[in-house]
Design a protein around this ligand. Structure first.
Ligand code: ATP
Ligand code: MG
Length: 351
């Protein structure tokens, strides 16, 4: 019997509603597949926790979380209670940084039965691999004055190790998918960092002779996401480019309420963290109408990156079947409530 120890952090707003839905689904998955067990431990770290304790998590919070195989997060942040920079840096970004979660993975896929956001109606299925720790989001830089002109300088930092790591993940994923890796570059404009990025892309691609590759400038690639998403498979991008592309990816899926993500620790020293792309959605919280699929698809990624790929694929297929048959929440134009969608997924998992 394999036991996965999962720390759950439901967080704020709809996070508190959709987390129990995904836990219900994972418990059903364990029941159906045998040989696999989950041990869930819930942590109340959230804006309400902050209002009570003055911190988003206690001093030993990271120590406690580090004991788990994975962290499963709902949504953190509620600007009406706690300023976003406090909730973000006090929990989410702290975990990502301290647990060296240097890779962010976000699939983007058009499910059958979902009305596309684009006039291009071709089904698409891609994964964005974003370098999550360096690149354009560095703290190196500052301000200077030159001829009475105030100037801000922001340095990009690209290490060979982290760049290669992101690319290796992208090629490994592509080898299990459609066999294409697209690199987001801008070597015609950013002429120290991006030629370096391109060089490493070429070097890594040499280790994967069966994988097709292409490089596209970030501006053209953004347009390509809109015009040809069906022609993409795995997209590898730096921290800023990946940030932008993954929001674009989520936007063209039909609703942000279904998009999942994984923050991966690859050195095995700390747990990875899995969270839906959307935030705490205070506008719809507490009404039972949130789309649970973002959290449930995120549970699929948790299974996938804990070595349970077959079970993960089965869960994704069930999610897609349920969506295709019209069990959809209001954000997708459907009439079903959150629990009704989950119930249908659980029912079909049992078959
Ligand atoms: P954050 O800043 O925390 O990333 P945000 O304030 O930018 O988040 P969200 O909280 O993700 O944005 O909400 C954006 C919109 O998407 C809102 O209208 C919200 O109702 C909707 N939304 C978010 N999550 C869901 C969901 N699970 N189901 C349905 N609608 C959702
Ligand atoms: Mg918000």
């Amino acid at each position: 019997m394999k036991t996965l120890k999962i720390a759950t952090i439901p967080g704020d707003g709809v996070g508190k509603e959709i987390m129990p839905e995904a836990v219900r689904v994972l418990e059903k998955v364990a029941e159906v597949h045998g040989g696999l067990k989950f041990e869930f431990t819930e942590f109340p770290y959230s804006c309400d926790y902050y209002l009570e304790h003055g911190v988003m998590m206690p001093d030993d919070g990271l120590d406690r979380l580090s004991q788990f195989d994975s962290i499963f997060l709902g949504a953190v942040g509620d600007a009406s209670k706690v300023p976003d920079h406090i909730s973000l840096w006090g929990l989410l970004l702290k975990i990502r940084k301290e647990f060296q979660q240097e890779i962010n993975i976000r699939p983007a896929k058009l499910f059958k039965g979902i009305e596309p956001k684009l006039s291009n109606r071709n089904p698409f299925d891609m994964v964005i691999v974003r370098e999550n720790s360096e690149g354009e989001y560095s703290s190196i830089g500052g301000r200077i004055f030159h001829d009475d002109n105030e100037i801000a300088i922001q340095n990009n930092v690209f290490s060979k190790r982290a760049t290669k790591q992101a690319m290796n993940i992208a090629f490994d994923l592509a080898s299990k998918r459609k066999g294409l890796v697209t690199s987001a570059t801008k070597s015609n404009g950013i002429f120290h960092a991006m030629p370096f990025w391109d060089e490493i892309f070429k070097e890594v691609s040499g280790q994967y002779p069966d994988i097709k590759t292409e490089s596209k400038h970030i501006d053209a690639l953004a347009a390509y996401f809109v015009t040809h998403p069906q022609d993409l498979d795995v997209v590898v991008a730096s921290n800023l480019f990946g940030d932008i592309l993954s929001d674009l990816g989520a936007a063209i899926m039909g609703s942000i309420g279904i998009a999942p993500s994984a923050n991966l620790n690859l050195n095995g020293k700390y747990p990875s963290m899995f969270e839906p792309v959307h935030g705490s959605a205070p506008d719809i919280a507490g009404q039972g109408i949130a789309n649970p699929i973002g959290q449930i698809w995120t549970a699929k990624m948790l299974l996938e990156f804990n070595g349970e790929e077959e079970i993960a694929e089965h869960l994704l297929k069930v999610i897609e079947d349920v969506t295709a048959d019209g069990y959809q929440t209001g954000d997708l134009g459907g009439k079903y409530k959150m629990t009704e969608v989950t119930d249908e997924i659980i029912k079909r998992l049992g078959k």
